[in-house]
Ligand binder design. Structure first.
Ligand code: NDP
Ligand code: 8X3
Length: 269
């Protein structure tokens, strides 16, 4: 067994936004990296997709137990009920991957739709904070009060470098970065690790959601580029969780080879 498989063995991992893209790939990557005695809690709004993924994982990795949960992270009541509604054997979450997130539109102020502003903040910021606060007490109660566990927050290059047409999305990811840094400082006397993974361009359903389902506009985002795959990000997420307990991957920024900033891309043709 590899050292990373040993370190992850016996852990319970909760992933938000596991129905698509980076979250889905992260679930598969945890299962393939540590196929014995791993428990996965997969959450998102599209429960059918989660059930399909659970079936795929348990068929391929019979040693992995999977519990799919329909959860809208922007619904504070649902988040409050999350831990209490988990089966007893899934309640002790060791690794929380705060991945659920979305972007809506490319509008510039003063034309940004109020609904888009609200949904981006409610999902990417308030949702992430609410989930963190729901899971953190069980992490802090472990290890004779010293605490143990990993909170892995998925940020973005957009949180470091605001761009035109991304005023709200960039602000939400900057908030994730700021919250993560505060949290790491607040938890300094504990063994809970706060980890951030900031991807650049990754081809998922992200751009389809941004353009309200318009696939041709979404495809144009990647024209002439070779974006990262969700598996590329999943590998890094699992790597961070699989480090020796005293190692905190506090900060990461991942670009495809053609990208050098949020807006500097080399396109072929
Ligand atoms: P996808 O659109 O493929 O996946 C987004 C996931 O988030 C889906 O599983 C979706 O599930 C879930 N989600 C959205 N809203 C909610 C909600 N209210 N409650 C629960 N789950 C929700 O995009 P990505 O995989 O690319 O995005 C994952 C994360 O990566 C996001 O935080 C995004 O900001 C970040 N990111 C993406 C980059 C990219 O270029 N793709 C780059 C940098 C960061 P469902 O709809 O079933 O609820
Ligand atoms: C997604 C990357 O640059 O499209 O977070 O906002 S970007």
């Amino acid at each position: 067994m590899s050292s990373i498989a040993k370190r992850l063995s016996g852990k319970t991992v909760l992933i938000t936004g596991a129905s698509s893209g980076i979250g889905r790939s992260t679930a598969l990557e945890f299962a393939s990296t540590s196929p014995q005695d791993l428990k996965l809690i997969l959450t998102a709004r599209r429960i059918d997709r989660l059930k399909e993924l659970a079936e795929t994982i348990t068929k391929e990795y019979p040693g992995v137990k999977v519990h799919p949960v329909q959860l809208d992270v922007s619904n504070a009541d649902e988040v409050r009920g999350l831990v209490g509604n988990l089966p007893a054997e899934f309640r002790e979450v060791d690794v929380l991957v705060n991945n659920a997130g979305l972007v809506k539109g490319v509008a510039k102020a003063p034309h940004i739709a109020e609904e888009d502003i609200n949904v981006m903040f409610a999902t990417n910021v308030t949702g992430l904070i609410n989930i963190t606060q729901a899971i953190l007490p069980t992490m802090l109660a472990r290890n004779n009060g010293e605490g143990a566990g990993d909170i892995i927050n998925i940020g973005s290059i957009a949180g470091r470098e605001p761009y035109v047409g991304g005023g709200i999305y960039c602000a939400t990811k900057a908030a994730v970065r700021s919250f993560s840094e505060s949290l790491r400082k607040e938890l300094i006397s504990t063994r809970v690790r706060v980890i951030t993974v900031d991807p650049g361009q990754v081809e998922t359903e992200f751009s389809v959601v941004r353009f309200y389902g318009d696939k041709s506009k979404a495809n144009a985002v990647y024209a002439g580029c070779e974006p990262l795959t969700p598996e590329d990000i999943a590998e890094v997420i699992v790597f961070t969780a699989g480090r020796r307990e005293n190692v905190v991957v506090a900060d990461t920024l991942l670009f495809p080879n053609h990208q050098a900033s949020a807006t500097i891309m080399h396109r072929k043709g």
